[in-house]
Design a protein around this ligand. Structure first.
Ligand code: BES
Ligand code: ZN
Length: 389
């Protein structure tokens, strides 16, 4: 692989100043220049074992043609490090069992919090993982997660940045339980404008600002549970906000590769990517529903999430598919961890404004996001107390 060392001022301050961004992001602009090594070509995996070397421009061209891939340039080992991990052998509860504890929590989920968070999050010009805006949006998100934990009074919970060479860090919040068996709730924090990633605006309201604020609200309310607050739950719960999903699942691969290397015992991973758009479903005269992904996911965990939706959500689910490597749950699957993914609708009715300047809040439904928050909170609580043998 050829490579070039680039000295990246990550855009000049003058260019940055021409575009508005939240005040508390200013400090990050003063960071010194970053030196990162950028390859001339990237190794991508289009289906299991089918790999190809491509330039960065080729990557965006494939994306514009709706071709999904893992960028495995730096993650070739993912899925090969810990052969002992056999995700499919994890047994999930036969049905939800904590309705009495969960029902009062569900009432505390607030659409207003999601809207407020999403307004600031989409006000960054872009959250492109290689831009300084992406570094700033990540710092802002970290501060919001930190505040959520501090406000909850949880003494054991913590949050940390998981740094990456491209600049924008992933974020991991941990609520330790009585064991190291871990349940992961994920969303991706980066956005992209596929027509000119380094320059054009990418508000990424639906993709995946919606998932980001959905899981943040679920985290806030999960910590309203006395048991969880005290750490009396059986399993450890983590909330992940991945960087660089749009670059080919880069942040989630880095995290799950490190977990695989460390032998971390992840029992379940649920991805929330695109939780807010319902218009095309309604226009088609179909009932509002969520879309349970059935390809490249764990069948047992997916069965359980269907039951969680039936018990805890006010709308039904439809079964749908997303293709190979379509979001970060695929990185968990590849590492040998059971994963599931639920999207805003049937895939064919999902938001087609994503990856453009038009992926804006005004097209989204916070009632629908609330349904995803109910599902996320309920799954996290149920699996926090599940007995994994
Ligand atoms: N949020 C999308 C995936 C998606 C699209 C889910 C439509 C549900 C409906 C995600 O951010 C994305 O763009 N994924 C890429 C692949 C990724 C590996 C670069 C895609 O689907 O093209
Ligand atoms: Zn996307």
């Amino acid at each position: 692989m050829r490579s070039t060392t680039l000295l990246l001022p990550l855009y000049t301050a003058a260019f940055a100043a021409a575009i508005s961004y939240p005040k508390d992001a200013q400090a990050v602009l003063q960071q010194p220049q970053l030196t990162i090594v950028e390859p001339d070509e990237y190794l991508i995996e289009l289906s299991p074992g089918e790999t190809r070397w491509v330039t960065e421009d080729d990557k965006w061209e494939l994306r514009r043609q709706n071709i999904n891939f893992f960028d495995i340039t730096h993650n070739e080992e993912l899925g090969t490090l810990n052969r002992k991990l056999t995700g499919s052998s994890v047994k999930f509860p036969s049905k939800p069992a904590h309705n009495e504890s969960i029902a009062p929590l569900l009432k505390q989920l607030k659409k207003d919090n999601m809207r407020r968070h999403l307004e600031t999050f989409t006000s960054f010009h872009t959250r492109y993982y290689k831009s300084h805006y992406g570094v700033e949006s990540s710092a802002w998100l970290l501060s919001q997660v930190d505040k959520t934990l501090a406000d909850s009074g949880a003494v054991n919970a913590s949050v940390k940045a998981f740094p990456h060479p491209w600049g924008q860090a992933s974020i991991i919040a941990t609520i330790p339980g009585k064991s190291n068996k871990t349940v992961v709730i994920g969303a991706h924090q980066d956005s992209i404008n596929l027509f000119f990633p380094a320059l054009l605006a990418a508000p990424g309201a639906d993709d995946d600002g919606s998932g980001t604020v959905t899981i943040l609200e679920a985290l806030r309310v999960l910590l309203k549970s006395e048991e969880i607050l005290k750490g009396d739950h059986d399993n450890t719960i983590e909330f992940h906000w991945y960087s660089a999903e749009e670059g080919g699942l880069l942040g989630s691969q880095a995290i799950f590769q490190s977990y695989e290397k460390e032998g971390r015992d992840v029992k379940a991973m649920l991805q929330q990517d695109m939780t807010g758009y319902v218009q095309k479903t309604l226009d088609a005269g179909e009932p509002e529903s969520v879309g349970v992904i059935t390809d490249f996911v764990d069948p047992g965990l997916t069965e359980f999430i269907k039951q969680v939706i039936t018990v805890y959500c006010g709308i039904p689910y439809v079964l749908t598919k997303c293709g190979y490597a379509c979001s970060d749950h695929a990185s968990a699957t590849k590492a040998g961890y059971p994963s599931a993914f639920v999207i805003e609708s049937d895939f064919k009715y999902s938001d087609n404004k994503i990856h453009t300047t038009e992926d804006k809040i005004e097209y989204l439904s916070f009632d629908h996001m609330l349904q995803h928050a109910r599902m996320t909170l309920a799954l996290a609580y149920e699996l926090a107390f599940a007995e994994f043998k």
